[in-house]
Design a protein around this ligand. Structure first.
Ligand code: ADP
Length: 409
């Protein structure tokens, strides 16, 4: 037993231990790389891939063999692909970093050419010559998708809120209108209906007194006259109430659905309906080629009928009415005009005549409903109605109705 025999033995044991430790450490590193959820890539100073773990293959769609020995720029889309080599060279020369040691969100490219966002953390491997760099990648597709979905959900929500707001705005306009109608109704109920009612009461009282005085002589002329007055007042009240009812029924939400309405057909129908009136007035009707519009046929006919009847009615005695009906497109609307050669309307009355029971001229029959109904119908079709006129210069009523796609002129 000598020392000389023991020395080499101890050396080789240490060497074996060291080799085993190195092997163990290598196995550990390989296991860490293989099981890491995120891609890890090691490149040399020329950008050549030396190590790429399984997660890299999975994410980029290349086999490990296809990656090793290739330039890492293959995993980047243009323009980074072309710029990458210059970038490493610049760093090696100047130490100027753009990503190294900082980390960034960049774009990456898969084997199939598709790109995705990733977080890239690059660090230089300490004390290695030639120099090496490690890149740890985290796929951000999901996060970006979630952000985009959130943005989409936000904008959808905004659109819905906007829609709802505009619905509410429309509702508010309608509500304001029905409030106005209600106010007018209250006014009419208290004034217009009370006047004939007062006449009825007075007439009855007078009739009563008269009958008491002339109890024996029966029903004389005065009694007849009083009776006539009463029934006239009752008739007027009936007319007003019927009118109110008609006006309140102009509510399109309860009517049949809209259809394509050829206004030429409506005029033909009206010419038949008003044949006797037209003949009697010796009226001349000049009708343009009119458009087809979308709406409620019966209601639109009512509008034209009211305008036409007014044109026949409001004329100086002895003048034959001449009525011109025209239609023309203007922007996204049809403008339908009914013009006459009648007595015309003072400008101060131009907007008032559309109010319920508002009458502009005495001495002509009517209750002041035709234009209120016409306006209500036109507005419920999304349109407008107005008048152009001067006293004794005739009147032209215009209706603007929205043009919808598919309509022809
Ligand atoms: P009414 O004819 O029963 O009075 P309208 O609502 O149809 O009710 O008309 C309201 C008022 O507008 C009329 O009283 C009249 O003064 C005026 N008006 C309507 N149409 C014409 C017209 N073509 N020419 C002159 N005035 C008109």
């Amino acid at each position: 037993m000598t020392n000389t025999g023991e020395q080499p033995n101890q050396d080789s044991t240490e060497m074996v231990d060291a080799l085993e430790a190195a092997e163990k450490s290598q196995r550990l590193t390989a296991a860490i790389l293989a099981t890491a959820a995120d891609p890890i890539i090691v490149i040399d100073e020329h950008g050549i891939i030396e190590i790429a773990n399984d997660a890299t293959s999975r994410l980029f769609g290349f086999t490990t063999e296809a990656l090793i020995g290739q330039n890492v720029s293959m995993l980047m889309p243009e323009p980074y692909r072309t710029e990458h080599n210059d970038y490493i060279a610049n760093y090696l020369r100047t130490g100027d970093t753009k990503i190294i040691g900082i980390g960034r969100e960049v774009s990456a490219q898969r084997g199939d050419g598709s790109t995705f966002p990733m977080a890239l953390a690059v660090s230089e491997v300490d004390g290695q010559r030639p120099r090496r760099f490690t890149g740890i990648i985290h796929d951000l597709s999901r996060r970006v998708e979630a952000e985009q979905a959130l943005l989409l959900a936000n904008s959808t929500l905004e659109a819905r809120v906007e829609n709802r707001t505009s619905e509410l705005r429309t509702l508010l306009v309608e509500l304001e209108r029905s409030n106005r109608d209600l106010e007018q109704f209250a006014y009419i109920a208290s004034h217009d209906l009370q006047a004939p009612l007062r006449n009825v009461r007075q007439g009855l009282q007078l009739l009563d007194e008269h009958l008491l005085e002339t109890a024996s002589s029966g029903f004389d002329d005065e009694a007849h006259e009083l009776q006539r007055l009463i029934s006239e007042a009752v008739g007027r009240m009936e007319e007003l109430i019927r009118g109110l009812l008609e006006f309140s029924r102009v509510d399109r939400r309860h009517e049949s659905p809209d259809s394509e309405v050829d206004l030429n057909d409506l005029i033909d129908e009206l010419q038949e309906l008003l044949f006797a009136d037209l003949q009697e007035a010796n009226a001349e009707l000049v009708v343009d080629d009119l458009p087809i519009v979308t709406g409620d046929r019966v209601q639109l006919r009512q509008v034209l009928q009211n305008l036409l009847q007014n044109s026949l009615k409001y004329r100086p005695e002895g003048t034959a009415p001449r009525v011109e009906i025209q239609g023309r497109p203007e922007g996204d609307e049809w403008i339908i005009s009914v013009g006459d050669n009648g007595i015309g309307i003072d400008e101060a009355q131009h907007s008032r005549i559309f109010e319920l029971f508002r009458r502009g001229h005495a001495g002509y029959e009517g209750v002041g409903l035709g234009l209120a109904i016409a306006q209500r119908i036109v507005e419920s079709h999304g349109g407008r109605i107005w008048v152009d006129s001067e006293p004794e210069q005739g009147a032209t009523f215009h209706i603007a109705l929205p043009r919808t796609s598919g309509e022809t002129g």
